[in-house]
Design a protein around this ligand. Structure first.
Ligand SMILES: Cc1cc2nc3c(=O)[nH]c(=O)nc-3n(C[C@H](O)[C@H](O)[C@H](O)COP(=O)(O)OP(=O)(O)OC[C@H]3O[C@@H](n4cnc5c(N)ncnc54)[C@H](O)[C@@H]3O)c2cc1C
Length: 370
């Protein structure tokens, strides 16, 4: 059994950000990630500019990648009614394949140790010893003082910890492609279809990300992703046009299921939860990556600024609730306006008639630069 200072479980944006912040300050960090970089994951790959200053200041902005600049938003209803508006803060597009790999190499350079292709099976906190025992899939146990849980929306660890959200099944599925197509590079679009919505935006290398949140029941009913797309997504003329006139670059799409938007706790069993592990904002807000990066920073700061475990947990919980709780709530409720035919027509009509409403929704789901 080896002893560590800080173990981070999961090397997405939350885990990699926390790792770099802690390693830079000389803390001993081990990050355990079940995959090997670089790899694709289901994500819309539009990042809000609220993270830009922070990433630049911390030398974590991927200057070496030609990210796209996005400052306009196109929203379409199921029947193809559309509205365009400028994005006040805007964002940039970059694939997770490139971004996560970039941050992985940054973290190594700052001194983070990595255990790749290793899955954490369980985490037990020992009150008497005041430390954690982290069990790996090869049976090894790692002992450590702090654990940051950055294992994403749904993990084996959630089951082992008996977290509440995992007991409720979710009907949402996520599907992603990279494509070459003829679309404005500076616009992020959100196209509604019955049962979900699909985003498209440019990323690096003249490519576009095409990613949607759909329904497991529709997939079951139609029997295949292709048949589901033709039957449900293609009802929106914008989506039909994209599918018919684009080059699809993956052999098969990236797919995930059981995407839950139920509330979670920012600290559980003394584990500091960051990113989706603490709660996933609905993707239509285009904000989960920014929240993951910000939460990774807050988790690192809580550990850096406080010695006492109770203070670390209280400080992090307070910061998490202040920065993210309302945004996640608004995101959950706004999602109810999309996906059903009538409701999406109404939502697009409403936004067409009142930019004020759309601006207000964006303000409430986005944070400020930090
Ligand atoms: C359909 C869809 C579209 C989206 N589009 C956007 C968008 O356009 N913009 C945006 O900002 N956000 C978007 N999001 C949200 C965004 O993808 C997430 O909020 C973000 O990836 C969260 O980062 P994270 O670091 O918390 O988790 P992740 O990036 O998921 O990383 C978690 C990591 O933990 C690892 N892991 C899990 N369990 C274990 C284990 N037991 N042991 C070891 N490793 C483990 C995983 O392999 C993974 O690498 C979208 C989400 C969905 C579902």
């Amino acid at each position: 059994m080896s002893m560590h200072d800080i173990v981070i479980i999961g090397g997405g944006l939350a885990g990699l950000t926390a790792a770099s912040m802690l390693s830079k300050q000389g803390r001993q960090v081990l990050l355990i990630e079940k995959k090997r970089y670089p790899f694709h994951r289901v994500c819309g790959e539009y990042i809000s500019n609220e993270v830009k200053d922070f990433l630049k200041k911390e030398d974590l902005f991927p200057d070496e990648i030609e990210v796209s600049k996005i400052d306009s938003f196109l929203l379409t209803s199921v029947k193809g009614k559309s509205v365009t508006m400028p994005l006040d803060l805007g964002g940039f597009g970059v694939s997770r394949y490139a971004l996560d790999d970039f941050l992985y190499h940054k973290a190594i350079a700052f001194g983070t140790g990595f255990l790749l292709e290793t899955q954490v099976e369980d985490i037990i906190f020992d009150e008497n010893e005041d430390n954690f025992a982290v069990t790996l899939d090869d049976g090894k146990v790692i002992s450590c003082k702090h654990v940051i849980g950055a294992f994403g929306k749904r993990s084996k660890v959630d089951k082992a910890l008996g977290r509440d959200f995992i007991k409720t099944r979710s009907a949402y599925i996520g599907i992603k492609y990279h494509i070459k197509t003829d679309f404005d590079k500076n616009t992020v679009a959100l196209h509604n279809f019955e049962g979900g919505y699909c985003g498209i935006n440019s990323i690096e290398d003249q490519k576009f990300n095409l990613c949607y949140l759909g329904s497991r029941d529709q997939l079951r009913e139609t029997g295949s992703i292709e048949a589901m797309e033709k039957k449900f997504l293609w009802q929106n003329p914008f989506l039909k046009e994209i599918w018919q006139n684009s080059e699809f670059l993956f052999e098969k799409p990236e797919v995930i299921n059981e995407i839950s938007f139920l509330p979670k706790q920012p600290v559980e069993n003394h584990i500091i939860m960051a990113g989706d592990a603490a709660g996933l904002i609905t993707p239509l807000c285009g904000n989960g990556m920014a929240i993951a990066i910000h939460a990774g920073k807050l988790a690192a700061e809580a550990i850096l600024y406080h010695q006492d475990r109770a203070l670390i947990e209280a400080n992090y919980t307070e910061a998490w609730l202040k920065n993210f709780k309302n945004r996640l709530w608004v995101g959950r409720n706004v999602q109810k306006l999309f996906g059903a035919k009538g409701v999406s027509e109404f939502a697009v009509g409403l936004i067409k008639n009142s930019n004020f409403i759309a601006r207000n929704i964006m303000k409430r789901t986005h944070g400020q630069p930090f």
